[in-house]
Design a protein around this ligand. Sequence first.
Ligand code: SAM
Ligand code: SF4
Length: 326
Amino acid sequence: MQDQFGRTIEYLRLSVTDRCNLRCRYCMPEEGVADLAHGDVLRYEEMLRVVAAACRLGIRKVRVTGGEPLVRRGIVNFIGQLAALPEKPEITLTTNGLLLAEQAEALKAAGLSRVNVSLDTMRPERFKELTLRPGLNQVLAGIQAAEGVGLLPIKINVIPFVDFNTDEIVDFARLTLEHPWDVRFIEFMPISSDLDYASRDGLSMAEVEARLRTLGELEALPYQRTSGPAHMYRLPGAKGRIGLIPSVSGHFCGDCNRLRVMADGRVRGCLFDNQETDLKPILRDGGDDQALEDLLLATACAKPEKHQIHDKDFTTPNRRMHGIGG
Ligand code: SAM
Ligand code: SF4
């Protein structure tokens, strides 16, 4: 599946819920989100039909996300169904890790390949300040469990904020000395800007890199497609790798290979573009698989060439990040 700019679209991010068991202050309002009306959230069999159509069009990797995907009942079984599709897509998961320890083994057995765990601080009091919930130890146990069952390589995603976790950048990086993990720093993006925490400044990757250099020479690793937009590095003698993702300061739209399907059955060609197509009428009013494929293909073709974050009239997306899925 190619878009009008010749990019091959082969990666689908699938948000299975917009609900979450944390309240990261940059992502979700403290009171949570209103229940979507009954019937607004796609059933698993509807999601499976969408992913099957996308795989026939050339999707090779599906990342299950949310909200928090592990809070949706039946998620393990659903991941098993995705992994069993005839095209055998690679199935990965992005999670806050709270429920990972108890589900890691079943997820691996169902056919999940790998997990990304989002973790912005390793200090319990800061964890609670940011997410408005306790649970750091559960997340750390989840990472260990995922490693134990072979959901490898573990990727840990960190958003560095000025005056919050800047002093932990080196602590996160040091994890790669002992563990074969990818620790990836990601620039804070101008999304969910109605939330009070969004006025915090994120650190640029240039600033993160400057701090990392205090740990020694960073070896730049050759580009690998599996690393997506991350620039990968290794500290001397480290077992794991460090990734820097300049989601705001960088220009990686030229390599974008993604489509996003959200829990309410809408599909988006770009994180920052409000253009969405609703798949529900086809799914629920008797549309056939050809119609589904046509709509997915049309959305892929209509992907904008690049995001407009740096334009003076850029406006924040009309959905918060927990609704889009990251
Ligand atoms: N709940 C899961 C988790 O936290 O990993 C999956 C969904 S969450 C929306 C996916 C990712 O989006 C997380 O890594 C989170 O840190 C990131 N995220 C949320 N808001 C963001 C923002 N404004 N800029 C950059 N990343 C953001
Ligand atoms: Fe939940 Fe993930 Fe958003 Fe945090 S970043 S509130 S864990 S969806």
